[in-house]
Write a protein that binds this ligand. Sequence first.
Ligand code: M6R
Length: 610
Amino acid sequence: MCGIMGYIGYRQAQPILLNGLRKLEYRGYDSAGIAVCNGQGITVRKKQGRIEALEQQVASQPLLGTVGIGHTRWATHGKPSDDNSHPHTDQSGAFTVVHNGIIENYLDIRQELIEEGVAFASETDTEVIAHLLAKWYDNDLVAAVKKVAGIIRGAYALAVMCEYEPDKLVVIRYASPLIIGIGAGEKYIGSDIPAILEHTRDVYVLEDGDLAVLTKDSVTLLDVDTSRPVQRELVRIEWDKEQAEKDGFDHYMLKEIHEQPHALRHTMTGRIDEAGGMVVLPELRIRPDELRQVEKIYIVACGTAYHAGLIGKHVFEHLAHIPVEVDVASEFRYRKPLYTPGTLTIVVSQSGETADTLAALREAKRNGSRVLAITNVVGSTIAREADEVMTTNAGPEIAVASTKAYTSQLLAFYLLGIYFAQGKGTIDDQERATLLQALAQLPDQVEAILSHADKLRQFADAIKEEQQLFFIGRGLDHAVCLEGSLKLKEISYIHSEAYAAGELKHGTLALIEEGTRVIALSTQADLHEKMVNNITEVKARGAVVLGIALDDNVELHRSVDDVCLIPGTLPLFTPILSVIPLQLISYYTAAALGNDVDRPRNLAKSVTVE
Ligand code: M6R
């Protein structure tokens, strides 16, 4: 996730671009850049770091011109650096582009261009676009952009500026957001509404496949495939400034919960080779023979990332037949784990900066273990120090309570597990096809659950005065319960316990009394009967139970007080779906209590102390 800003009009572009980028910083902030065109050419300035670093760079020598594009980056391809920052240009500097998204086939395109003699200035996927534009330009920028759109594959929003046609901007959208703001004698582009709200409230929201040509006086919208004009409704934005930054949601947490379908698609992008039906992870350097030698895995992480690791254990053991131990990072480093030459350590961290996880990584490396990091932040300390990095590409997570990072971590584990299983031959072609088909459906299924959020809001209203709550489940469901319980405690401050359902009767059942609220997960068909027994045990002591199960479970409603049904998927993949109602329940409970949902008491987003 990155932020794009653009302007064409009669005022100086630089201050408008910088202001817009500041509003988009929540989308990424490891580097920023602007390009301005003034009829005599295009000038680019870009800088690693926050937008202030770029502002300082241009303060003494402002870029003059009334047309420009800008970008704030969240690195996916290539570490944060001046060179990898956007805008990118071709070798002549005549074509300039900013991009949000991922170009899946950039490696092949890059190789071809290198063979044709093109010298690359960055490690990014985006730069191929600038070189392709230069290659295919024949006095018609729109035609060149259309040609390039037919070559690149992936998810993108692009804004293009060309020295030879200085009075226009061309933008295109495919699976990454882009809006156009309308003013009198000036037009704006932005990844999101806050970027342009101080200038105009009238916007076009582009749809996939829309190409727009902007001059200061006009906007022409075309379908990129057919070149036919398309009509989009001019929308009047009534949000206030704060609402706009949260995309109309009351809190970042709710926004991030709703971003999960998009984040999951992003995590998957470029990692499934549809032709061969295989998982491809070009970012990993581990060779197939080394992969086959992995005989034990330690998964180490904190908090929510640790809970993702608990699911990772099931994935690796089930698919790749590799035994896994999962550890809380603050415990792992002091327990003297046994390393063998075949031990792989996987550390999981959204921020990539968590002190305990970093210390565990260093400890594992000191003991000779290869370390693979699953992280959301390219260029973070954990990403830099690990031997292998798999990024989750969920986009920046602002709310302290982790939501979209968790589901993206789960997806990363599924992809890794299938990748290892493929390499070791522990699944056959048919099983792999079934797994990949089910994976591809998950984003839409999450969307379906989110569309029924209201029921969970009512449930949250009913539990907000409770003093305690229990989450029960077995196997994978128990691991999801741990995450649901953490989420509820963290933001609603209601005490809760996540219990392995079969373990209750060994002591904790004593806490169940008349009216105690219990959330029971039962998504695993082979464990369902046992779960019903455990539900019956708590109900017999007066518990009020909300059951969460797959939509083909026609029996559960007989055993519980209320049910929340989620779409059916393979047993291994249910956690990505069953956690969504739990996230929503926590959010709505905390919001109903009037808590500071995004910044809960006593906590911080990135825990850089041990
Ligand atoms: O950045 P990390 O993933 O390493 O952070 C680990 C935990 O601090 C984090 O997941 C924490 O538990 C969340 N606030 C939970 O919502």
